[in-house]
Design a protein around this ligand. Structure first.
Ligand SMILES: CC(C)(COP(=O)(O)OP(=O)(O)OC[C@H]1O[C@@H](n2cnc3c(N)ncnc32)[C@H](O)[C@@H]1OP(=O)(O)O)[C@@H](O)C(=O)NCCC(=O)NCCS
Length: 179
């Protein structure tokens, strides 16, 4: 059961304080407020939150980087700075990397992560993103299960990739199907 009166919304700088609390509580690699602020200014950032529209509480978020690995002739008319996450990219980007996804620990296992991920994957399909990448700690079995359930496969391992504590990263990939 997801939260009542809540839905997906674009992430803006006003949400950073709540994002930091979620990152810290869910023990993902902690970015600083400056890191998030800089990320939100980039034109290749995709960032969404799951938020209660009445009290404005944020329960979870996803931050991804859009990547262009092919030469495309059409220019992006998509203003990601305005974070109009339902718009179309006009095929400027063809890959994406999930940088961070987290849900408040007390709100996990209620379908919020899945709702956030569904929204991101809908965006990817709509914009013909062909490959989605992410890295996950080798010990983070619940996240690996979550990604596996969503169609990701481990493609290789980066030894000692993470610090504090030092740990291997599994690089996971999903090739999108457009049918
Ligand atoms: C990974 C993460 C984002 C998933 O978010 P979540 O909100 O817990 O995910 P969901 O609730 O959508 O799905 C998780 C489980 O809840 C179950 N679930 C989904 N909808 C549900 C619902 N309506 N009611 C009850 N359970 C539900 C799912 O079946 C799933 O169970 P299973 O995979 O064990 O069978 C979250 O666990 C998290 O923040 N982890 C810590 C941060 C982290 O590790 N991030 C990834 C770094 S790489």
């Amino acid at each position: 059961m997801t939260e009542i009166n809540s839905c997906i919304a674009p992430m803006t700088a006003t949400h950073i304080e709540q994002i930091l609390k979620i990152s810290e509580a869910s023990k993902i690699n902690v970015w600083s407020a400056k890191d998030y602020a800089e990320e939100l200014l980039r034109s290749d950032t995709y960032a969404i939150i799951y938020q209660n529209q009445i009290n404005k509480n944020v329960y979870g978020f996803l931050l991804a980087r859009l990547i262009k690995t092919k030469n495309t002739t059409s220019e992006s008319k998509f203003n990601i700075k305005a974070n109009d996450f339902n718009s179309t990219l006009k095929s400027a980007f063809n890959e994406a990397e999930v940088l961070n996804i987290a849900v408040l620990p007390e709100s996990q296992n209620r379908g919020i992560g899945q709702e956030i991920f569904n929204s991101f994957l809908r965006f990817c399909r709509k914009n013909k993103i062909e490959n989605v990448w992410l890295e996950v700690r080798e010990s983070n079995l619940s996240a690996q299960k979550f990604y596996g359930k969503n169609g990701f496969e481990v493609v290789y391992k980066r030894n000692n990739y993470y610090t504090d504590p030092v740990e291997n990263a599994l690089v996971m990939q999903m090739q999108m199907r457009f049918i």
